[in-house]
Design a binder for this molecule. Structure first.
Ligand code: KOT
Length: 837
């Protein structure tokens, strides 16, 4: 260890955080002039962003180092959150708010000739995720740090995040998202390099201590994982956790010098590229399993590197292996990291030479598994030949895990052959496939769904047999949450300030149930007025954004009806746009006098379709085509506008979410596990129209039925309805929907051939998502929305009451539930430095 005098010298020289405006400015200018080698003469917004980010980063890094030292010293149990996706969005604004430096930065930067908003706007989103699952991981990191939990995230450092969406001639086109040009928020750790092997063979090796012949996996291809660390600051605390992202490169340097020197320059480059391909690109699928080899490689690469890192850290403490689950909790964000279970078992039995049972006991106490979907097409299944080839030793271990599991089932339920077939990790067929969700359940001590209905559904349907086998206690619910720091304070500072002025400061951002105080003000005229003015200002801001990007003018006084999320048939954007068409047809029939009485509406859509998902792309095309017709129809005269916002992402959500009057969460009942944008919209004073699905149900329970517009069939009716569509005689389509289909087929929105798939899904496709069953209820409920909106005072009451009752949906609450029920971890307090707005 380090001698005392040396320690003293270091302590004296230790970097310290800047304090106050002048020091901040000095740091910005220093970074602009030295780190960036620019000057006052060529410091544009982008350089000012870089300088500001680097200055803020310096403070962040100091807190980060202290936190990591403190956590190492305390040596408590840590949680490792394994997620293939972290949809972080922008960092600078969040870092300033969480560290309490925003006001300092705003003033400081303005004296240097810049507007903080313009600078914040320079940052490229970190878009390493598809949608809800990845954004949840990001919200959870924010809460873990805010609540001082010792926690690390582990993910992949994709060179390309989710593609950028362009709308060309009304259709989606995908453009690569190269985001790493300048990323001040990551720190390469070239010293943390881990070799990961693929392919190869399993051969008998020497005997171990107990005389068993060891299995040696060897001769494979080796790829190196390089760690890139990202600091994750908590709000109102110095706790700054770590997100470690792995990047792939060939092992043994730039390229194979053997090949290079023998003249095979191309070959050596090819090897390099093959290795780098692993972390090159995020798979752009949400709620779909594509089953590609490169994806399996990504999964193993990331899982192997992360576990190696975790095990190495544990070994430094020289504790016995049986204490591993007292030090380490690993949460699997869906089944994507399920190989971690197998890899840890492999490390224990093949490398650390633990007996199987002892190893398996430790493994199963370490892992927790969160399920995010019941959609059959999203449940991961890996082809056995693929796994055999890429990870031969892991396949053997999976077979053994499965064998011992099936033996235990056989003991508990003797002679139930069908049960064994149903719960086996290996699904028979050609080829055989591995059911990763089953492996995740068998290897974990807790399995959770993400909203009450969803958790009940998985127990009653896809995992029913496992509840019978393992008992109820293994299965639990942790309803999702969102971070109020980003989704209220950062996205909607005016609303946050107004709330703070009534509930006694900004404490509510760390204790969201304090919002209940707002209910006292529902009858306060002045408060209500301010509340609605803030909503209007947010709508004006969005209207400006729409004007700037689409050239279409929308009326901020119209009802803003927003549906932004991944485009998917189960989320039913098609029902929304059919409803818009229906509304358009009614408006066209009206006399000018009748039209004057209508509530003007702006229907706003946004979201990406998976590149290979034709139906989703067709839905986008229909939305843009309806916009082309409706927006330029002078007879309609602004009573209806249809907008598709290109390239929906986190930073755009921060503009869109505060601006809704109503947002749509209208998935077929039982299909949306939770949804989290529903929570974001309500927290910002928007009402919702939605089905009895996912977290909508709990939102209704919290805010009251009178404050939400519910529609459609219930989850328990879905199976029957589907059966009727398939086998019922003379099923006639809802006449309102028929009318809509007719105008589409008559070519009102361009060639009817473009939409033939969409129409066929409703007819010959047996309407799997039950659009025709819910359409009439949807239309009727939209009429109720119009009616309610006419009464602006009543609307304001609903809006305020809803926000007041949203405390439950803080990600802090969700994280505390995981900490207590799943991870068994305690916070690691750091000395606190001041409170902040
Ligand atoms: C599944 C497979 C691949 C990629 C993504 C998924 C996925 C995404 N599964 N569920 N989600 C969403 O997760 C959110 C967070 O829990 C939920 O709110 C949402 O309902 C899921 O669709």
């Amino acid at each position: 260890s380090i001698p005392q005098p040396l320690r003293e010298t270091w302590r004296k020289l230790s970097a310290s955080e800047f304090d106050g405006k002048e020091q901040f400015q000095k740091e910005v200018v220093r970074h602009v002039e030295t780190t960036l080698a620019r000057s006052i003469y060529n410091c544009d917004d982008n350089a000012a962003y870089s300088g500001t980010a680097l200055a803020i980063r310096d403070n962040l890094v100091i807190k980060w180092n202290k936190t990591q030292q403190q956590q190492t010293l305390q040596d408590q149990k840590r949680v490792y959150y394994l997620s293939l996706e972290f949809l972080m969005g922008r960092t600078l604004d969040n870092a300033m708010l969480n560290t309490g430096l925003k006001d300092t930065a705003r003033e400081g930067i303005s004296e240097l000739g810049f507007r903080i908003e313009d600078i914040i706007d320079q940052e490229h989103d970190a878009a390493l995720g598809n949608g809800g699952l990845g954004r949840l991981a990001a919200c959870f990191l924010d809460s873990l740090a805010t609540l001082n939990y010792p926690a690390w995230g582990y993910g992949l450092r994709y060179r390309y995040g989710i593609f950028k969406q362009e709308i060309i001639n009304g259709f989606q086109a995908e453009v690569p998202d190269y985001w790493l040009d300048f990323n001040p928020w990551e720190f390469p750790r070239h010293d943390v390099a881990i070799d990961v092997m693929f392919y190869g063979t399993v051969n008998p090796g020497p005997r171990d201590d107990r005389g068993n012949i060891k299995k040696v996996w060897e001769g494979g291809e080796i790829v190196q994982a390089i760690a890139y660390d990202v600091p994750i600051p908590g709000y109102g605390t110095d706790c700054t956790n770590n997100l470690r992202l792995w990047s792939s490169k060939p092992s043994g340097g730039e390229f194979d010098f053997g090949k290079f020197n023998s003249g095979d320059y191309e070959g050596s480059i090819r090897d390099q590229q093959r290795a780098e391909t692993i972390s090159a690109v995020l798979y752009p699928n949400d709620n779909i399993d594509a089953g590609k080899e490169l994806r399996l490689k990504q999964q193993y690469f990331w899982v192997a590197a992360s576990l190696h890192d975790i095990v190495r850290r544990f070994k430094k403490s020289h504790r016995p292996w049986k204490e591993f689950p007292d030090q380490v909790a690993i949460q699997l964000n869906d089944t994507h990291p399920t190989l971690a279970i197998v890899e840890l078992q492999r490390i224990f039995i093949d490398i650390e030479c633990l007996p199987w049972d002892e190893a398996w006991y430790i493994v199963t106490r370490t892992f927790g598994y969160t399920n995010h979907t019941v959609l059959p097409e999203a449940l991961e299944k890996w082809s056995v030949p693929l796994v055999q080839n890429l990870l031969p030793r892991h396949l053997q271990i999976i077979y053994d895990i499965n064998l011992f599991f099936l033996q235990s089932v056989e003991r508990k339920f003797p002679k139930d052959r069908d049960l064994l077939r149903r719960v086996s990790v290996v699904e028979e067929g050609t080829p055989q496939v591995l059911r990763m969700a089953y492996l995740a359940i068998i290897g974990s001590h807790k399995v959770n769904g993400v909203a009450e209905l969803h958790s009940d559904l998985i127990k009653a349907t896809i995992f029913k047999d496992f509840v019978d086998i393992f008992g109820q206690d293994k299965f639990t619910n942790v309803t999702n949450g969102i971070t109020p720091r980003r989704w209220l304070h950062q996205a909607n500072p005016k609303l946050s300030d107004l709330i703070a002025s009534k509930v006694g400061g900004y404490d509510f951002l760390q204790n969201l149930t304090k919002l209940t105080v707002l209910e006292k003000y529902v009858d306060d005229k002045a408060f209500k007025k301010e509340w609605m003015e803030i909503k209007l200002a947010a709508k004006v801001k969005l209207a400006k954004y729409i004007k700037d990007t689409t050239q279409i003018a929308v009326n901020p006084h119209s009802l803003f009806d927003i549906q932004v999320k991944r485009i998917h048939e189960y989320k039913r954007q098609q029902m929304n746009i059919f409803g818009v068409i229906y509304r358009y047809l009614r408006l066209k029939e009206m006399t000018p006098e009748e039209r004057k009485k209508q509530v003007p509406r702006t229907s706003i859509f946004g979201g990406k379709a998976a590149p290979g998902y034709w139906m989703a792309k067709t839905i986008i095309r229909l939305i843009t085509a309806v916009g082309e017709v409706v927006n330029r129809d002078e007879e309609i005269n602004g009573l209806l506008k249809v907008i598709f916002i290109e390239d929906y992402n986190v930073s755009k959500a921060e503009i869109i979410v505060p601006a809704s009057d109503i947002s749509e969460h209208i998935s077929t009942a039982g299909t949306e596990a939770s949804g989290t944008s529903n929570m974001k919209f309500v927290l910002n004073g928007g009402l919702i129209i939605g089905t009895c699905d996912g977290a909508n149900i709990e939102i209704t329970r919290e805010i009251g039925e009178e404050n939400i517009f519910l529609l459609g069939n219930l989850a328990e009716q879905v199976e029957d309805l589907r059966h009727q569509h398939r086998f019922g005689k003379d099923v006639v389509m809802d006449p309102k929907l028929r009318e809509v289909c007719d105008v589409i087929e008559a070519g009102k929105f361009g060639s009817e051939q473009t939409y033939s798939g969409l129409i066929a899904a409703l007819t010959t496709g047996f309407d799997y998502y039950l659009v025709s069953d819910d359409f009439s209820s949807y239309i009727a409920t939209q009429d109720l929305v119009d009616e309610a909106y006419r009464d602006q005072d009543g609307w304001a009451t609903k809006s305020i009451t809803s926000v007041a009752r949203m405390g439950f949906f803080s990600a802090d609450r969700a994280i505390n539930e995981y900490a207590e029920e799943v991870w068994n971890i305690e916070p690691c307090e750091l000395p606190k430095s001041g409170s902040r707005p």
